[in-house]
Design a protein around this ligand. Structure first.
Ligand code: SAH
Ligand code: SF4
Length: 411
């Protein structure tokens, strides 16, 4: 087999894209090894009558040297290579658009099925910190999302389908590969330092595929990432938070966005099923888990700042009460508007005073920098061209106007 990555020159904003990525003709019924965790790959090799240590060898070729052509796997016998070429492949999802921003942000749009509704995005955001240059990759877990948070453009798209493990890990593979397309195999090194499961979709509703992908991220035979540098973000699927605590040690972020049930029911509708008291208790259990505590000293609380909706002084006070027994770091996210979005972004002053209230109460509270605006890479703007969000957005617009009216009359 030649190679495995299909890169199209088509793109979504009419810009010509070029690629040196090799192309493979579509293979019928070949097993894709890209998304297999080590236990799965070991079983695969045993099933085909080979030794299971081959799993580690092949994983290194795929995830550390970014080799997709079995012919290049020089520590594997010619006979086994020929066998592998016949029955399997290493195939990342198809890139239909890529854009590298002036500020270093990179974005890829992958096609994972037929039609315009089958696109997912991945964004890489670089930042300097005390450990050097951090490159954080924001990975998608589903096409669309069923949970319909009122301020989220993915939610307005509805749910199409779960991503498969190869489509999830393929995003990390492709981002790393983008830095080394021209680099000889022996000199290749991974570039992505951090992963956040904060792209499209609710990762805990695609549990098995996300778990298996995160196992590959942590595996020393693959990306060998530190567990503190892999973060799963959830809107609060409580039973799955407990499951996650048992299965893997990664950092947890919670999309809170409202400090009381009434408001959260509106902004994050899954709150009706798992209200705040249950969510906070699940976070406390996650931290208290018997596993290695270094990952689990705190959870990150994400809070999108919506003008006149959840950014008032009383909301900050309610946050302080709500989180008083939960070791947490709070990240305030300036809202990223999208067409027909029924909200506005809180003013800079409002966000800073909200932050100050929380900091004064003893919380570590940061404000997320918005990056990659020139390529629509900011959170919540993934895959902008969405067909059916207009009606839902109009309904929300009405509710928000009513709420703003009430706030105004209350002074
Ligand atoms: N479904 C998961 C992960 C994906 S959303 C979750 O909700 O946590 C990733 C983050 O982006 C969440 O905190 C989400 O609330 C936030 N987000 C969604 N839409 C946004 C918008 N328009 N502006 C700013 N942040 C947004
Ligand atoms: Fe889904 Fe997260 Fe968007 Fe809510 S914020 S709709 S859970 S992707």
């Amino acid at each position: 087999m030649s190679s495995a990555v299909v890169v199209s020159s088509e793109n979504l904003d009419g810009q010509q894209q070029s690629s040196s990525t090799p192309v493979i003709p579509a293979a019928e019924n070949k097993v894709n090894l890209l998304g297999m965790s080590r236990p799965e790959l070991e079983k695969f090799f045993e099933d085909i009558g080979e030794k299971k240590f081959r799993a580690g060898q092949v994983m290194k070729w795929i995830h550390q040297y970014f080799v997709t052509d079995f012919a290049e796997m020089t520590n594997i016998s010619g006979k086994l290579r020929a066998k592998l070429e016949q029955i399997c492949e290493i195939k990342a999802p198809e890139v239909v658009h890529r854009h590298y921003s002036k500020d270093g942000t990179r974005k890829w749009v992958f096609r994972v099925g037929e039609g315009a509704g089958s696109l997912v995005e991945t964004v890489l955001i670089p930042a300097e910190d005390k450990t050097g240059l951090r490159k954080t990759l924001c990975i998608s877990s589903q096409v669309g999302c069923a949970l319909d948070c009122s301020f989220c453009s993915t939610g307005k798209q509805g749910f199409q389908r779960d991503l498969t493990p190869d489509e999830i890990i393929g995003q990390l593979w492709m981002a790393n590969y983008s830095y080394m397309e021209e680099v000889p195999v022996a000199e290749r090194e991974r570039s992505v330092t951090n992963v956040v499961m904060m792209g499209m979709g609710e990762p805990l509703l695609n549990y098995d595929a996300v778990l298996s992908s995160m196992q590959i991220m942590l595996d020393d035979f693959a990306y060998g990432m530190s567990k503190r540098r892999v973060t799963l973000s959830t809107s609060g699927v409580v039973p799955k938070i407990d499951q996650l605590a048992k299965d893997i040690d990664v950092a947890l972020a919670i999309s809170l966005h409202a400090p009381n049930d009434e408001l959260r029911n509106e902004l994050v509708p899954i709150n009706k099923k798992y209200p705040l008291a249950q969510l906070i208790a699940a976070c406390q259990r996650y931290i208290a888990k018997d596993g290695n505590e270094s990952t689990r000293k705190h959870v990150t609380i994400e809070y999108v700042m919506l003008e006149g909706v959840n950014d008032q002084p009383e909301h900050a006070q309610q946050m302080i009460k709500l989180l008083k027994n939960l070791p947490s770091k709070i990240n305030l996210i300036p809202f990223n508007p999208f067409p027909h979005a029924p909200y506005g972004r809180s003013s800079r002053n409002r966000i800073i005073s909200f932050q100050k209230t929380l900091s004064d109460a003893g919380f570590v509270c940061t404000i997320r920098q918005t990056r990659g605006d020139d390529i629509d890479a900011a959170c919540g703007q993934l895959v902008g061209q969405v067909a059916d969000r207009t009606r839902r957005a109009e309904q929300w617009q009405k509710k928000v106007t009513q709420r703003q009216e009430i706030l105004r009359t209350q002074g």
